[in-house]
Design a protein around this ligand. Structure first.
Ligand code: NAG
Length: 316
């Protein structure tokens, strides 16, 4: 097995030397090779027998046809709701062949050698990435914080039907394709804090948590009724942007709305409540933050009648 692994990894090194320089943070020391394959924490295990769909990257570079993008059919825990729980490493006798480490990235390295794959979670934090790496088809949680990604392309997340969370905090993202997210049928959490985003793309209605704080969203950054049909949305964080209005309408499910440090100057009596229906109560929305905006909340005393709590903000 070890000999096989040495040859196998050697092949990738050989390939990557030919195509791109190996980045500093990948250490190819002999200790690494000596670990039996089944114990390698970086491994995402693929089922060799599964047919691979030919995956093409946005730049049109075809991946090797033998690259596998599906996970092993070996029993694996799909549920990683608690991040604190110890993830199960996948150990499978089918951990041989070309697709073991996930789809090939543009650097010529498989995603799960470049990043860390545990169960169906892919961790790519702090790897100097310039683009979203091709992800294994069953990826559920994807973390790529503290990288140098500038753009999210139309097909970066295409066909990832199990994807529940995307966290791209602290990158240089300024451009997101309009269709990049809305076709993801299970996406619940979208975290795009600390980027350079000027415009939000179309969002899937399954989202429960959106954080686009610390970006450059201004007057036209959020299109009309962007959150209207997000009937599961509970947390909406858009702090530290340049918004000049509260994005309306807000779904009934919303529990927390954080809009600190924007440029919101006005609010209306019916922003949260219904002026024609004084019996209406917006019970879920308990946490509204408007501090750090040039708005005087005292001017609209009737705007909070239906809320369980007053918004936080300037009252004088
Ligand atoms: C805020 O609004 C209240 C009520 O209209 C008003 O009395 C107060 O002077 C306003 N404060 C400022 C700083 O404009």
């Amino acid at each position: 097995m070890q000999t096989f692994l040495n040859i196998f990894l050697g092949f990738f090194i050989f390939e990557s030397v030919g195509s791109a320089p190996i980045t500093d943070n990948i250490i190819f020391d002999s200790e690494f090779y000596d670990i039996p394959l089944g114990e390698l924490p970086h491994l995402f295990v693929y089922d060799e027998n599964e047919q691979s769909d030919q995956l093409k990257t946005e730049t049109g570079i075809a991946l090797p046809s033998r690259s596998q993008e599906s996970f092993s059919s070996a029993p694996l825990s799909e549920e990683f709701e608690e991040e604190a729980s110890t993830p199960k490493l996948i150990d499978s006798p089918s951990a041989q062949g070309s697709g073991v480490l996930g789809p090939q990235t543009q650097d010529g390295l498989p995603t799960c050698l470049l990043c860390t794959c545990l169960g169906t979670t892919v961790y790519c934090d702090d790897h100097e990435l310039h683009a979203i790496p091709p992800l294994p088809k069953k990826t559920t949680y994807f973390y790529s914080r503290y990288n140098r990604i500038r753009k999210i392309n139309r097909n970066d997340f295409a066909n990832l039907n199990n994807l529940k969370r995307i966290d791209l905090t602290a990158n240089f993202i300024s451009e997101i394709h309009e269709d990049a997210f809305w076709r993801l049928p299970q996406l619940q959490e979208l975290v795009l804090c600390d980027n350079r985003i000027r415009k939000l793309p179309e969002l899937p209605s399954t989202l429960t948590f959106i954080d686009v704080s610390k970006n450059r969203l201004g007057h036209k950054g959020i299109r009309n009724e962007a959150f209207k049909d997000l009937h599961e949305l509970q947390h909406l964080y858009i702090t530290d942007n340049n918004l000049d209005h509260i994005p309306l309408p807000l779904p009934e499910s919303l529990q927390a709305l954080h809009l600190q440090n924007n440029n919101i100057q006005e609010m209306y009596e019916d922003t949260f409540c219904k002026m024609k229906d004084f019996t209406y109560v917006r019970r879920a929305l308990e946490d509204i933050r408007l501090d750090g905006n040039p708005i005087n909340l005292s001017r609209t005393p009737y705007a909070y009648m239906c809320l369980p709590r007053l918004p936080v903000g300037n009252l004088i």
